[in-house]
Design a binder for this molecule. Sequence first.
Ligand code: PEP
Ligand code: MN
Length: 295
Amino acid sequence: MIITKENSIWIKPYLDSNFIISGPCSAETRDQLINTAIELKKIGVKIFRAGIWKPRTKAIGFQGIGEEGLKWMQEVKTITNLDLAIEVANAKHIELALKYDIDIFWIGARTTTNPFSVNEISDSLKGSNKTILVKNPIHLDIKLWIGALERILSSGISQIGIIHRGFSSFYSSPFRNFPHWDKVIEVKKKFPELKLLVDPSHICGNTENIIDTIKIALSLKYDGIMIESHINPKKALTDSKQQVTPSELKNILKEIKIDKFNIDKNFFFDNQIDFINKNITELIKIRNSYEKLKK
Ligand code: PEP
Ligand code: MN
């Protein structure tokens, strides 16, 4: 398996401005999708994302709109000429996504953890020339992430990229999913030719820390951003706290362009140190409870 610049040809058409994939967490209604896409097109987004099948934690509630949403996505393409990206988790999703001419597929954090699913996806995409982006697995298991990238590359799929969406953690922190930047840099070093995107929406879980998170990623030489946006985030059926409106996204893009390297280093280092302190405290508590059990 040789990884070369050829594996990143997919990104070339999008590189004339900041590279941004944006759109709602979930496709919910035809109007929501089309109205969001029209606004995003106006601010220079070139790839429109939406979740069609949602990997929800709970069995009740909205699980994604399914195939109907793919028809709306096709309409989005006709109206806006935006390229389309969706999450896929199995062969059936890929079969439908190919039928509805989706351009870019991403493997979600829950699916990256499962080598059977990654093999199934790779097999279904063979020979299709589509781009596949691989999110980090939910937990801090870098080997699983690397394994998924290797599986896809060795199955002959050539267009591939990496998305950093943070890692779930037992410890409390200002993030929904702790970034662990140091670990992601290890993966980047192993695959220097693959494009690396940051997903500040799933890292932050809110809209407040998004700008700092993007700035840190850019200062670490990430290649682009996948960010969730919704025409009316308050009404969103999934991830409503972390989605921005297209006009908020416009301001975010302005701000990161103006002072790309004026990063709040305290925010960066303080929250990492705080996280480590909490780990130490928690570990001491666990150790003490074992000491008690021994007595
Ligand atoms: C998403 O992008 O909406 C999503 C479900 O992401 P993740 O797999 O990172 O949780
Ligand atoms: Mn989401």
